[in-house]
Design a protein around this ligand. Structure first.
Ligand SMILES: Nc1ncnc2c1ncn2[C@@H]1O[C@H](COP(=O)(O)OP(=O)(O)O)[C@@H](O)[C@H]1O
Ligand SMILES: [Mg+2]
Length: 288
């Protein structure tokens, strides 16, 4: 990150200072890594698939990426080849103060991509957090001094709006919302937007929507196209142009512990997530 600063314009410096996204140390301005929560309280909509593959495709472009598994199911961890049961420390240990974020971070087998893994232990954290001081800001405080080590930090959220998700929203700069192209696609999205509003008012005034990603799109069906129109109408200007088609290779890749760009680099799934990464990076040019 420091090396990137030489090319940062004065306007960008000031923008970061004013928006609270930068800090000054030894008279240098350090632009902090952006934190993005991949979230939607509905299960099975493609959060984990998007988190794994967008993280991997952004890392493939040479950006330093950390992906954080905040789902007790630990599917981001296993999908990136981590043996969940054998990790020395996990997000749970970090949240309960047993270790620092740096202690829990692991290298993946993929260049520029680190992970903070999770396993079933994390299921207990929802309950333990209830009794914690400033319980919504625990994750944010854990990540504060990590930001400068990465260009982007993606958080895979669990399928609920409980304390873990609240912690993720409080720690994040933006939300990336995968929406599956199916009946009732927008069901529950109102609740998520309401939660975001409360977080914005009380805990994290700077939070914004990064964008909505349409997932598991079947371009041949009228239903998919109808859902696409409906989502675009609802989230005007916030829907990524790149969408993710239904693609069997995307379903297979996690059982091999590989992101799609490595598992089948030429599949439609890999192409779609590469296009999403390019669109994401173009929109975030000034963050780098
Ligand atoms: N574009 C896609 N094409 C085919 N299968 C997909 C696609 N996206 C996700 N899946 C599969 O759908 C299931 C749910 O996706 P997942 O990413 O785990 O959702 P979530 O994290 O929101 O619960 C998984 O089995 C996953 O492999
Ligand atoms: Mg998931």
């Amino acid at each position: 990150m420091l090396s990137a600063l030489e090319n940062v314009s004065r306007e960008t410096f000031i923008f970061y200072l004013e928006s609270g996204k930068g800090i000054i140390s030894s008279e240098r301005v350090c632009v902090l890594g952006k934190i993005i929560a991949v979230t939607n309280q509905k299960g099975g909509v493609g959060k984990t698939t998007t988190n794994i593959n967008l993280s991997a495709c952004v890392a493939e472009q040479g950006k330093r990426v950390l992906t954080i598994d905040v789902d007790p199911q630990g599917n981001t961890s296993s999908g990136l080849g981590i043996d969940k049961k054998a990790v020395p420390y996990s997000v749970y240990d970090m949240i309960i103060g047993e270790c620092s974020a740096r202690d829990a971070i692991m290298r993946t087998n993929f260049e520029n991509l680190d992970i903070l893994p999770a396993n079933m232990d994390l299921a207990g954290a929802e309950i333990e957090l209830v009794a914690t001081n400033a319980r919504e800001t625990v994750l944010k405080r854990c990540l504060d001094d990590l930001r400068m080590d990465y260009d982007f930090i993606f958080i895979d959220c669990p399928p609920s709006l409980g304390l873990l998700t609240l912690n993720a929203l409080t720690a994040s700069d933006t939300l990336l919302i995968p929406i599956q192209c199916e009946y009732y696609a927008l069901e529950g999205v109102g609740q998520l937007m309401n939660t975001m509003k409360i977080v914005k008012q009380r805990l994290n005034p700077a939070i914004e929507i990064e964008g909505v990603v349409l997932t598991m799109l079947d371009g041949r069906t009228n239903l998919s196209l109808q859902v696409m129109q409906e989502v675009k109408k609802h989230f005007q200007g916030k829907v990524f142009l790149s969408f993710i088609p239904r693609n069997v290779r995307l379903g297979e890749a996690p059982s091999h512990g590989l992101p799609i760009n490595i598992y089948d680099s030429r599949s439609a799934g890999a192409e779609a997530y590469r296009a999403l990464a390019a669109e994401f990076l173009a929109a975030n040019k000034e963050s780098l």
